[in-house]
Design a protein around this ligand. Structure first.
Ligand code: AMP
Length: 281
């Protein structure tokens, strides 16, 4: 596995792989890798010939009160894990390499989908994601790009950008990798104390319970959301910020749930904000 920090170096390595006829797979990340990231990389490795991952903590997608400065980083460990998952090229640019002139004049804005659901609580977040991913697509031109359903609205945002801007890449959504007790893996789980870590399992229990109630025939979104609120409400260490049944493409809230509706939530455990979701079926 090669580690490259410059865009020029990245392009040269990719030109070489392409000249050998290799299909390029790409997994963008912010690093501090866990099993969920590694599952995306293994999937890329099984479906493409040359796997590129990026590790870049993107300031554009963090709000002023969010955890950009203290976001966990461990490049040495990440590098070893990526190598073990079959990654061929690790792209790890410095901030100046991604944003050389400081603030970018050109940005990608995603419109309404960036303002609903998760976007209501993180203004500008999805525009930041859209901008960095569009830059990465421009640098790498992957044939296939892998994203986790863990960030369901992000995945929908990426599908929208690729559709709207005619970017020639296949977007592959991959299932959420969970701990044994159901907690969705996340780099931010590192922030949790032992007690909070135990309590956090309630989030997936709430979502799973809502899905079970949906399976018995309940279609009213507010009832399904209430199920999550009640289950999560039993755990005093967890403060639910929102739970919302959303359309899987637009992420507008729905009144009536159906197959494919995404129930998503965010919750605080102390200062740590976690998100999770489940697709109803
Ligand atoms: P991040 O490093 O958090 O920006 O995530 C990088 C990619 O990994 C995104 O496509 C995420 O959706 C995906 N991802 C993060 N956590 C998980 C998980 N538990 N299961 C599957 N994919 C995940």
């Amino acid at each position: 596995m090669r580690t490259i920090e410059s865009v020029a170096g990245l392009r040269a390595a990719l030109a070489e792989a392409r000249s050998e006829g290799k299909l390029i797979g790409f997994v963008p990340t912010m690093g501090f890798l866990h099993q969920g990231h590694l599952d995306l990389m293994r999937r890329a490795h099984s479906e493409t010939d040359f796997v590129v991952i990026s590790i870049f903590v993107n300031p554009l997608q963090f709000g002023p009160q969010e955890d950009f400065a203290r976001y966990p980083r461990d490049m040495q460990r990440d590098s070893e894990l990526a190598k073990g998952a079959g990654v061929d090229l690790l792209f790890a640019p410095e901030l100046e390499e991604m944003y050389p002139v400081g603030d970018l004049a050109t940005r990608v804005t995603v419109g309404r989908i960036g303002e609903v659901g998760e976007g209501r609580y993180r203004p500008g977040h999805f525009d930041g994601v859209a901008t960095v991913c569009t830059k990465l697509f421009g640098m790498i031109s992957p044939a296939r790009c892998y994203f986790g359903e863990k960030d369901a609205q992000q995945l929908a945002v990426i599908r929208q950008i690729v559709r709207d801007l005619n970017i020639d890449v296949a977007i592959v959504g991959c299932p959420t990798t969970r701990e044994e007790d159901g907690l969705a893996m996340s780099s931010r789980n590192k922030y949790l104390s032992d007690d909070q870590r135990r309590a956090a399992a309630i989030l997936n229990r709430g979502l799973t319970q809502a899905a079970a109630v949906f399976a018995t025939g309940e279609r009213r979104a507010d009832r399904l959301e209430s199920v999550v609120r009640e289950v999560v409400g039993e755990e005093p260490k967890v403060e639910l910020q929102y739970v919302e049944a959303c359309d899987s493409v637009t992420f507008e809230r729905v009144e009536v749930a159906s197959e494919g509706t995404v129930v998503q939530l965010a919750a605080f455990l102390g200062p740590t904000r976690l998100i999770d979701n489940i697709t109803l079926s």
